[in-house]
Design a protein. Structure first.
Length: 303
């Protein structure tokens, strides 16, 4: 059993297939298949099952991946921890983000981090809130952007953005200074299946109404297209405003009444997860984010 086999097995799981793993690892797809097949032969059992929707782990495969991930992580930590002891941060920083938060909140921190630590490779995955939390739990990433509250996770605040009503152009509420959630409950509603879903449902409960869910969609761009086509109304975060700015006036965004905000944070792998302790790169990134987030201690007034 070789470390390269374990590394490729983890890549297949993290990237959802043999072809994607090959592209990420810079090897051929047949090489990935041979490595996993050889590992299965050595262990005497099937680890991965290919299907139309990607790959699925068998129960032995799930256990093998958990240990393979730890083996790879500990091997990589030998070099990075020794370098950290001399004051140099190296290795890989694995991050995850929500699509609406990457450009505005995470990218500036990554740019500053890579300027300070040019020998660290940064890898970024994007997905919904549930995806980010799953990646954190199994150790596929060490830090990820999540919507608060996030019980059980070590978090550093990133900021908040306002939720707004999305309406088709020409809608009776399109010129209103603010739109009550109760008014949206009278319309066909397009609900996100992503991280904003619980927040929207909570706002409806607070208003004492039940939304008339006509459609559900995962991507904000799809929601915006449906709103622009007159299929319904929706609620979206302002960090995703680029999705409706390019609709040529087909969609109007209006503030909600009362205002509704989404609070985002950078969450780090919990100590009880498969990820274990953070790498030197992740520790350095957490320090950088905390520096930009936490207020500086008050200085004593001059005597």
């Amino acid at each position: 059993m070789r470390l390269s086999q374990l590394r490729l097995l983890v890549a297949v799981v993290d990237h959802g297939g043999f072809t994607a793993a090959a592209e990420r690892m810079g090897v051929s797809q047949p090489a990935v298949s041979r490595a996993v097949a050889s590992l299965e032969s050595e262990l005497g059992t099937r680890l991965v099952v290919r299907g139309r929707d990607g790959v699925r782990l068998t129960e032995p495969g799930r256990r093998a991946v958990a240990h393979a991930r730890e083996a790879v992580r500990h091997f990589d930590l030998v070099r990075t921890e020794v370098a950290a002891a001399t004051g140099e941060v190296t290795g890989e920083l694995r991050l995850a983000s929500l699509p609406t938060a990457t450009a505005a909140l995470l990218a500036p921190r990554i740019a500053e981090f890579t300027d300070r630590h040019p020998r660290v490779r940064v890898r970024l995955l994007e997905g919904f809130d549930r995806d980010v939390r799953a990646w954190l739990e199994r150790g596929a990433v060490e830090a990820g952007v999540v919507t608060l509250p996030a019980p059980g996770l070590d978090v550093v605040g990133l900021g908040s953005d306002e939720m707004v009503a999305l309406l088709p152009a020409g809608h009776p509420l399109a010129d209103a200074p603010a739109v009550p959630v109760s008014a949206l409950a009278k319309e066909p509603f397009i609900l996100s299946t992503g991280g904003c879903r619980p927040l929207v449902r909570h706002a409806a409960r607070q208003a004492g109404v039940e939304l008339h869910i006509a459609f559900e969609a995962a991507e904000l761009s799809a929601i915006v297209t449906m709103v622009g086509s007159g299929l319904g109304v929706s609620i979206a975060p302002t960090l995703g405003r680029g999705a409706w700015r390019n609709t040529e006036g087909a969609v109007v965004a209006r503030p909600l009444h009362p205002p509704l905000h989404r609070t985002l944070a950078l969450a780090f792998s919990p100590a009880g997860s498969e990820a274990g302790d953070l790498s030197p790169a992740a520790r350095a990134f957490r320090r950088l984010v905390r520096h930009h987030t936490e207020p500086e201690p008050a200085r004593p007034a001059p005597v």
